[in-house]
Design a protein around this ligand. Sequence first.
Ligand code: SF4
Length: 462
Amino acid sequence: MGEVYDNCGVFGIYSRNSCVYDIYNALDFLQHRGQQFCGIAVYAEGVKQVTHHGRVGNAFTEADLNYLEGGRWGIGHVSLWERQPMSWSSRMGEISLAFSGNVINATEIIEQMKARGDAFYREYHTEILGKIIMASDDIVSGISRLAKMVKGAYSLVILARDGVYATRDVYGFRPLILGRDGNRYAVSSESRALQNLEMEVVRDVKPGEIVLVNEDGFHTLKQLASPRSAFCAFEWAYTASIDSIIEGLYVQEARHRLGVSLAERDLQERDIEAEIVAPVPMSGIGHALGYHAKSGLPYQEVFLYNRYADRSYTQINQMAREKMAKRKLSVLKYAVQGKRIVICDDSIVRGTQIRDKVRELKKAGAKEVHVRVACPPLLYTCDFGVSTRTMDELVARQFVVDGNIETMEELRRLEKWIADQIEADSVKYNSIEAFVGAIGKGRDELCLKCWDGLAPSGHLLE
Ligand code: SF4
């Protein structure tokens, strides 16, 4: 599979008042999920829509917001990949759609639809979903058709004349959460957008559930059969913001427990002596705090985070990512001189960024640098809407040429090899078992494909 760039955030709202500023603010709180495109559509005697290249705060002008003013229900999107929402005039009236995820069998569906006479604007996955829905009698039967035709992941919102429809694929790979207050009902990729709009977080949309959000609240119109859930475990470890809650589990709590688990292994194995524990900011902070709580090592910042730099992971290409990574962190020399340091990170992808950080710490005078990684070794790419790399870019895959890591002995051999590659004094990962144990959800509720290569449904990797 080629590189997948999608890593998106969706938002939808029904309000007693004009909703454009709520959507604008919500997208700002979802900005970490994608920075290439942003868009808002509202319903006011039909769909009004504005999309932009760039970030919400910079891209939308006052004139855009004035144009969208007045609609009481609407949807918004931030994206790393496709410009969304997309809108159409159809037999269901004007509709607009935005989604987070990935259609694995996009090529096949597009060919089938073209053979039947359909035409595509850009062959976006958003178009595939929209056209399947619009070819049905109504939105609910359209969403039901999606579940039969589409392999992959989608959490989507549809703006229509009777409100905002929200649904997740039957596995629920990507999160989608409902919130409300006295005047507004909303749905969001992450709860932080709801919390920051001072709304109560109500619950997660269930895998396969079709919800209509309108002036009376949330209405489950249909529950499609869900063989099992497959919540993306990477959300808790990295993708989601630390102030979000997904499926009842705070992201902060999950990261803390992952850090505790790393410390427990060090306490058991007693093979290093360190003086401080530090995070690779920002996503390593929760893990380092957990490590600190369990190990008793003092927590110390050793990197200064440049708040004006973008998250390197969600940059669109490798050159942009590396450039951004360099701008992102600078070493606090005073804190590291002469120290033996444990640094906690969420994951190692290519290994180049963490190697640069280890080098910088040593250059600044660190005596030893021990790298502790919350996620197990990344051995597979994501098919479900998160921007990971091609297989041969994953550093762990260069050592584990075939198959998976089955035993602690195999994990230790890989860790030793990775430590050499990144010039660290030691490296340890959470094993898959330790990772799942720390998240505290059943293995059969989660997608762990990044690490074990198993698609949660047999048909997905045909
Ligand atoms: S493959 Fe990885 S990133 Fe993709 S949904 Fe599964 S756990 Fe999440």
